[in-house]
Design a protein around this ligand. Structure first.
Ligand code: AMP
Length: 466
């Protein structure tokens, strides 16, 4: 099937050719005709599947045929959880719509609101927004939705994870009842289905990856290691295997900074990317990483989400995520487009609970390898499937900052110990918990950083396409 058979106009097909795409991806084949028919769509698709073009191309096609927007009015609204994703969607809209006479702009918090208000005055065909700033703009009468035709919720699961549910409900209440709704999410969890009930009508359901499954081409394993020795082990692994393009996940911003510094201090070009960094710094870090100038990029989950880095060979979980779905998102960063990839998790005894939750979610036990010279003093208890049900994520009533930024990463290195080679010791599956080595793992707290400030201070430069 080619793009030309999907019902897209010459101008859009030209832009697609200029992008170098020859065939539509699986999600595009299914989503584009459905959207063009005016149907609501609910799609389970992760970043890397071509989902952005899946909704952007038909949306542009529909909008190009309609009336110009009235002042302050918006014809299509794309909600994204982070400014990075907003910027990427904005870029796609610009690229795919470059031969069309449509106006688009991006708005998010953390930057001055006045320029955004000015841009919206003329009205926009497409507005890409993070929820908090959008509500601020609405409360200042800078944006109106009387003529809204299309609503897109991108990475809806992430929006829920980040605590945007109330903002989404408030936004929904401001929109006209008759509109076309497109909802994209990495997985169709129960929560997502609940959200969808009030948002999409009789949707066409599309799923291009089985929900909550990890990609087969990815080789995943864990290295049990003491918390205090994780950084030294990571340095050892990178140097020994001469790894390039390593994406390392840190649970916290401070942890990401500290680790990047440590890597640089050990002669490994590295940078960190997280929500406290300015947009320019983030874009620079990403560019350096893509070009190979930075060998390692240390990222937090939120910052990494939505970032497209193709064919990444190595993903390292320096900390295990508290939300086990994040593990699936993280490792989805490797082994793209038919490439093999490997995802390695450095797991200390404190992370036992997270490990159990992750293995429960992916339905398999992760192979363990002990790295010689880094044998943990605090043993990571063995796991078995079905040990427990994953805990429900509790959202704090009042968003507040926690101090978890300060304790995510054991920082003290004991470099003096002997360091050696990777011992491949795949242990037998279905091991039983309760061996002599077991120590009671420390209970960790659940997710953090859901404050509005954090969510929508996710922001920076915007672009308006004339
Ligand atoms: P997304 O899943 O939307 O983040 O897209 C992932 C990457 O795939 C982006 O770099 C797109 O430019 C690229 N892409 C999207 N559609 C296609 C296509 N049909 N053929 C080749 N690349 C594509």
């Amino acid at each position: 099937m080619s793009f030309s058979s999907l019902g897209l106009s010459e101008q859009i097909l030209k832009a697609i050719t200029e992008q170098g795409y020859s065939d539509p991806s699986a999600i595009q084949k299914q989503a584009i005709p459905a959207v063009l028919q005016g149907k609501d769509v609910m799609a389970a698709a992760q970043t890397g599947t071509g989902k952005t073009a899946g909704f952007t191309l038909p949306m542009l096609e529909i909008l190009a045929k309609g009336k110009k927007p009235r002042s302050n009015q918006v014809r299509a609204l794309v909600l994204t959880p982070t400014r990075e994703l907003a910027a990427q969607v904005g870029e796609s809209v610009e690229n795919y719509g470059k031969h069309l006479d449509l106006k688009s702009t991006i708005v998010y918090g953390g930057v001055k609101i006045n320029p955004q208000m000015q841009r919206l005055r003329a009205g926009m065909d497409i507005l890409i927004a993070t929820p908090g700033r959008l509500l601020d703009l609405y409360s200042q009468n800078a944006v109106k939705f009387d003529d809204l035709e299309i609503l897109v919720l991108d990475e809806a699961d992430r929006m829920l994870d980040m605590g945007f549910i109330h903002d989404i409900k408030r936004i929904k209440a401001l929109l006209p009842k008759t509109r076309q709704n497109l909802m994209f999410s990495a997985t169709f969890s129960q929560q997502i289905r609940e959200l969808a009930k009030g948002l999409v009508n009789n949707p066409v359901e599309i799923s291009v990856t089985p929900p909550n499954s990890t990609v087969e081409k990815i080789r995943q394993w864990i290295i049990p290691v003491d918390k205090s020795r994780k950084a030294a082990l990571l340095i050892k692994l990178i140097k020994q295997h001469n790894w390039f393009q390593v994406l390392v996940f840190s649970r916290t911003k401070h942890g990401a900074n500290r680790l990047a510094k440590k890597l640089v201090g050990n002669g490994i070009p590295a940078d960190a990317i997280h929500g406290d960094k300015r947009q320019n710094a983030r874009l620079r870090a990403l560019k350096d990483f893509k070009s190979g100038k930075a060998q390692v990029l240390v990222a937090t989950d939120i910052a990494a989400r939505g970032i497209d880095i193709e064919q990444l060979p190595h993903v390292v979980n320096f900390d295990l995520p508290h939300v086990s779905e994040d593990y699936v998102h993280r490792i989805g960063r490797t082994g793209r487009a038919g490439q093999d990839g490997e995802a390695i998790s450095l797991v200390c005894a404190d992370e036992f609970d997270q490990l159990v939750d992750i293995e429960h979610l992916i339905g398999e036990l992760l192979e363990r390898q002990v790295f010689e010279g880094f044998e943990p003093e605090q043993q990571l208890p063995e796991t078995r499937l079905g040990m427990r049900k994953p805990k429900k994520i509790k959202r704090p009533k009042k968003p507040k900052k926690t101090n978890s930024d300060n304790n995510a990463q054991g920082n003290k290195q004991s470099q003096s110990r002997a360091e050696g080679d990777l011992k491949t010791k795949p242990k037998s599956r279905n091991r039983r918990a309760g061996s002599a080595n077991h120590q009671k793992p420390t209970q960790n707290k659940r997710p953090v950083n859901r404050s509005k400030k954090h969510r929508d201070s996710n922001a920076a430069a915007t672009k308006a396409k004339k």
